[in-house]
Ligand binder design. Structure first.
Ligand code: DC
Length: 232
């Protein structure tokens, strides 16, 4: 693909389809895709398994020293999967049990510093699409293209419910709705790097868009930014 390599950030509310769009863009542009939420989910899994007290800064600092996070490409699924201390946790971190705790863990200052430092290293060579909540505001404030995704609540609940129900038929729509509302609230009200739209982000509301329409729109933005250097 011609043009310079850029950094693309995709932030927004839970279950807006950020990762779907990020993967499509990365594939089309030959870029690396990084799911920053997977890192917070893996840290949460470690904290749960090791009974780390979320009120204890000492316990949190100690636990973080024992956590090694890695994205490893799986040729079978054709995507990078999250490894926690050498174990593939890609599937277990999608569980509702993790979703119920992850926003509290992601609000912890030490946890964010730990994850953000690693995310910034991944972007040094550019050619990256990263999705999350603070990627355009904190992780890569100088990114060439920042997208902020939104969609109506009901649409988001429905999408996430279908995804989770396929894996666990016991899950209810109320559980999914409550979890999304709780995460949106905590993610956008926390003290450190709350979810917010960067001033220079382009908003993409996909309530009425098909995946294809949304991809085309975002790809046009990306190609335009690749061709034109952003003023310093
Ligand atoms: O994108 P996700 O649903 O997998 O993210 C899981 C949680 O991690 C989400 O509720 C908020 C948190 N998160 C964050 O605080 N910052 C990020 N850059 C990505 C995710």
């Amino acid at each position: 693909m011609r043009g310079k390599k850029i950094i693309i950030t995709i932030d927004g509310w839970s279950s807006c389809g950020k990762s779907t769009l990020a993967k499509q863009l990365a594939k089309e542009l030959g870029y690396v895709y990084v799911d920053s939420g997977a890192m917070y989910r893996a840290i949460t899994l470690y904290f749960i398994r090791n009974n780390v007290g979320l009120d204890s800064h000492r316990e949190i600092r100690e636990a973080l020293k024992s956590i090694n996070l890695e994205f490893v490409f799986n040729p079978v699924s054709q995507r990078s999967e999250m490894f926690l201390n050498g174990e593939n946790v890609e599937y277990v971190i999608r569980d509702l049990l993790i979703a119920e705790k992850v926003s509290d863990v992601a609000a912890i200052k030490e946890v964010r510093a730990f994850a953000v430092a690693q995310q910034q290293k991944m972007g040094v060579k550019k050619g990256i699409v990263m999705d999350g909540r603070d990627i355009g505001t904190v992780v890569f404030p100088k990114a060439e293209l920042k997208i902020f995704m939104t969609a109506d609540n009901a649409v988001r609940v429905e999408r996430r419910f279908k995804e989770l129900f396929a894996k666990n038929p016991n899950v209810t729509i109320e559980e999914v709705k409550n979890n999304l509302e709780m995460r949106d609230y905590i993610d956008s009200h926390r003290e450190v790097s709350p979810l917010r739209k960067a001033e220079d982000a382009l908003e993409l509301d996909n309530t009425q868009l098909t995946e294809e329409q949304q991809f085309k729109k975002a790809l046009d933005w990306a190609l335009a930014r690749k061709a034109v250097k952003k003023p310093e």
